[in-house]
Write a protein that binds this ligand. Structure first.
Ligand SMILES: [Zn+2]
Length: 249
């Protein structure tokens, strides 16, 4: 199964997941725990570098798979056990009233689901921590909503690429097109190397236009291979070398 590599807040309460191949999934509706792949509703804390954590949304961690979220609940419970907490104290620590939790209702629910008393030290029931984790998940609520898949888009890069790369010369395709431009119809030109008279539309009265080449293998490949930053650095370098060549008097 393919796992997302990045997650973040979209519109409103939506959570966006990005995959390595460039496609995105947008989760809306359902519970926060489902949208974030975080069954325990674990708050995002920068210092906690959980396995499988790929971002945050709504103040809570986002995991690439809900099992990573379940693993995190287990680790938190083990930590509470090592601190000598009872089940009751552990739930009060996990879901404090300051976070709008009804501690008493929470503890009662977990007691009911696990048949473990709030007075029991977690250390005495280490083998049942997974059961407690399940009860926490159940109490937090886990409801599936809607997932919308979006295919990779060229987005912001595409304009940049076509501006810096090549274009197809297009004419108005009528008998008023000057013959020199008619001969260029459908041909590819580089933005960095304007043909005689300039790019489409630059000559007086010219109605020609530049059709961007959006699927330009070479340039898009470069972006995906090196990343956008590397591409920007390359352009910045080229620009600065142009300025160095120019004599400033
Ligand atoms: Zn023209």
């Amino acid at each position: 199964m393919e796992l997302a590599i990045k997650a973040y807040t979209g519109d409103g309460t939506e959570v966006v997941y990005e995959y390595a191949d460039g496609h995105k999934e947008i989760r809306s509706g359902g519970s926060r725990s489902w949208r974030n792949n975080n069954p325990g509703n674990i708050r995002y804390v920068a210092a906690n570098d959980w396995n499988g954590q790929i971002g945050k949304a709504g103040g809570f961690s986002c995991f690439s798979h809900p099992d990573f979220g379940r693993r995190a609940i287990g680790i938190i419970l083990k930590k509470y056990a090592s601190r000598g907490l009872t089940l009751g104290k552990a739930i009060r620590t996990y879901a404090p009233a300051v976070d709008n939790n009804n501690e008493e209702a929470y503890i009662k629910h977990v007691e009911e689901l696990t048949k473990i008393s709030r007075k029991t030290a977690l250390l005495a029931v280490l083998d049942r921590l997974p059961l407690i984790a399940q009860a926490i998940e159940k109490h937090e609520g886990y409801f599936i909503g809607n997932t919308e898949k979006m295919e990779p888009e060229l987005s912001a890069n595409h304009e940049e690429v076509s501006q810096l790369g090549e274009y197809i010369w297009r004419t108005a395709r009528d008998n008023k097109v000057r013959s020199r431009h008619a001969a260029r119809e459908g041909k590819t030109f580089k933005w960095r190397e304007p043909p005689q008279g300039g790019h489409p539309g630059e000559e007086y009265g010219c109605r020609c236009w530049a059709e961007p080449i959006v699927n330009e293998e070479k340039n898009l490949g470069q972006i995906f291979d090196n990343g956008q930053q590397a591409w920007k650095r390359k352009i910045a370098k080229e620009v600065s070398s142009i300025f160095r060549k120019r004599k400033i008097t």
